[in-house]
Design a protein around this ligand. Structure first.
Ligand code: GLP
Length: 249
């Protein structure tokens, strides 16, 4: 894993946005795997600003999001559809039909998971997958114990994930209990992966990841150790407990 250590959230966001732009400039029709949560928000703002200045175009880009809550309509402010439209898509020159998320309202969820896997295959796979990390090591919504060979699937969220995400809802009871997530196998098939980690609350999690030397299903992000092209962009606060491992990048 290549480690890029930066000062703070803002620096992480700018570095990540520049990396995305490099991929898109090299291949304007790139398929980008996108994430939600707080980690990529600053990067999305930076991309929106660059697009507004016409420094980059996303007109030919295809996007595939990692996950969506089950039972939350697209128009609901808590859905990841809403998040993506508000925080990114509406500020870019993307073509809406090229922007994909799992449908958490599908009546046949297994069929929806298969459809999403087929879609990713039809897009030719993901060129750059962006990831955040949960405090319990989840990536996407692949919670501890998720199989390494999983495609898109329905997941029951752990109490810790629901607790962490409760800040976006009025109460913990309102946080959905299930989600659809792209699986670890799909994430690992991406040609390149960029993991964004910021803040003291992630320091323990990141130290654990950086000191692992083999994959442990109990800590899903360790699956990234199997991938040859992972770049971690992390700020000082997130790296505070990682020690010398950072120097080995
Ligand atoms: C959610 C998302 C993940 C995200 C994680 C971390 O559970 N499903 O894709 O990486 O939260 O979120 P944050 O970046 O807000 O810490």
């Amino acid at each position: 894993m290549k480690v890029i250590a930066v000062k703070d959230y803002q620096a992480m966001s700018v570095a990540a946005a520049q990396a995305v732009c490099s991929v898109v400039r090299a291949n304007p029709g790139s398929a980008l795997g996108l994430a939600t949560g707080s980690s990529p928000l600053g990067m999305y703002q930076a991309l929106a600003a660059m697009c507004k200045k016409k420094a980059i175009s996303f007109r030919k880009v295809r996007t595939v999001n990692l996950d969506e809550y089950i039972g939350v309509p697209e128009t609901d402010v808590h859905s990841y559809h809403y998040y993506m439209n508000k925080r990114l898509f509406s500020a870019l020159d993307v073509v809406p039909k090229n922007c994909h998320l799992p449908n958490g309202m599908a009546s046949q969820l297994d069929d929806e998971c298969k459809r999403y896997d087929r879609l990713i295959t039809e897009l030719g796979g993901i060129d750059l997958q962006l990831l955040g990390i949960g405090q319990n090591g989840h990536i996407g919504f692949n919670e501890p114990g998720s199989p390494l060979d999983s495609g898109t699937h329905v997941v029951t969220l752990t109490a810790s994930t629901r607790h962490a995400n409760a800040r976006f809802f009025s109460s913990i009871e309102d946080v959905p209990r299930q989600a659809i997530t792209v699986g670890l196998a799909t994430i690992l098939k991406s040609r390149e992966i960029m993991l964004l980690v910021s803040g003291a609350a992630k320091a323990e999690t990141l130290a654990r990841l950086l000191h692992m030397d083999c994959v442990d299903a109990g800590f899903p992000a360790s699956a990234l150790l199997k991938h040859p092209r992972v770049t971690l962009i992390a700020d000082q606060a997130a790296l505070a407990k990682a020690g010398a491992v950072v120097n080995h990048g």
